[in-house]
Design a protein around this ligand. Structure first.
Ligand code: CP
Length: 304
């Protein structure tokens, strides 16, 4: 039995296979419409979500399976003090696979250790968000035709943004990746990540002004300032609108750059940018369904 805790749980060869399967699903969905007949996905979300939970639910439904779960810890027995370990033992009696989001780093890993069914980390605190990373890689591969040789700008809350941490870990396995980390001083990427990049000789620079590096970027990954991870409101209010991508700033960008965002957005991308052909964040959400369908099939060892 296999779980997904980190994007590194799959080799790059296994990721290629997963993305090929996701592309096949995109092209021929009816072929997979009954692949999970009789199977049940549990979505155990201890933190709010729109995309991740509903795309998992959509993915399982499109595969012919069914979905159970909770979208709020307060409506589960966690509110009465039940541990994650006990909860997953119970969920193992009811479902074939579980996607879990939790505010505590490592909680899905604790669940996986006790689980009798595959567990997917659907986001754990400020740590990792592996299925968002699979979605991001699938989007890049589909739109740009490759996963290497990019200058990647990551912009916004690089301290608390778990999607950023997962994506960096995943991208460094491909050749020719250079990072430009664009953030205010207070939201810089954590030291453990820059230490790792130095150790692996992966080029990176840390800058504050997006406009200064925009012409160099092949990919621009915008992120929301993670309000829920701040210790005080004052800091959040001061930093929340530090970056606002608008059409004027985009004039500095390459014509074939793509703009990604895990969403939800707040103010960091103006709605006027949505009409720019480089805006790929809604397509990204669509790829999230195909890649989660492929992931469910892979973890359940279902071949079609
Ligand atoms: N991208 C993402 O994780 O969105 P949700 O928080 O809505 O699931």
């Amino acid at each position: 039995m296999r779980h997904l805790m980190s994007p590194l749980d799959f080799t790059t060869e296994e990721l290629d296979k997963l993305f090929n399967l996701a592309a096949s699903i995109e092209q021929n969905p009816s072929k997979y419409a009954h692949a999970c007949d009789g199977k049940i996905l549990a979505t155990c979300f201890y933190e709010p979500s729109t995309r991740t939970r509903l795309s998992f639910e959509s993915a399982m439904t499109k595969l012919g399976g069914r979905v159970i779960g909770f979208s709020d810890a307060a409506s589960s027995s966690a509110a009465k003090g039940e541990s994650v370990s006990d909860t997953i033992r119970i969920i193992s009696c009811y479902a074939d696979i579980c996607a879990m989001r939790h505010p505590k780093e490592g909680a899905p890993m604790v669940a996986a250790e006790k689980s009798l069914i595959p567990v997917i980390n659907a986001g754990d605190g400020g740590h990792q968000h592996p299925t968002q990373t699979l979605t991001d890689l699938m989007t890049i591969r589909s739109l740009q035709g490759r996963l290497g040789n990019f200058t990647v700008g990551l912009c916004g809350d690089l301290k608390f943004g778990r999607t950023v941490h997962s994506l960096i870990h995943a991208l460094i396995r491909y050749p020719g990746i250079r990072f430009l980390f664009i953030s205010p001083e207070e939201l810089r990427v954590p030291d453990y990540i820059t230490d790792m990049l130095k150790e692996k000789n992966i080029p990176y620079e840390e800058v504050i002004r997006l406009e200064n590096v925009m012409p160099e970027l092949d990919l621009l990954y915008m992120t929301r300032v993670q309000k829920e991870r701040f210790f005080n409101e004052e800091d959040y209010v001061r930093l929340k609108d530090f970056y606002v991508l608008n059409t004027e700033k985009l004039e500095l960008a390459k014509q074939d750059m793509i703009i990604l965002h895990p969403l939800p957005r707040v103010n960091e991308i103006s709605v006027e940018v949505d009409n720019d052909p480089r805006a790929a964040y809604f397509k990204q959400a669509q790829y999230g369904v195909y890649v989660r369908m492929a992931l469910i099939l892979t973890l359940l060892n279902i071949e079609v």
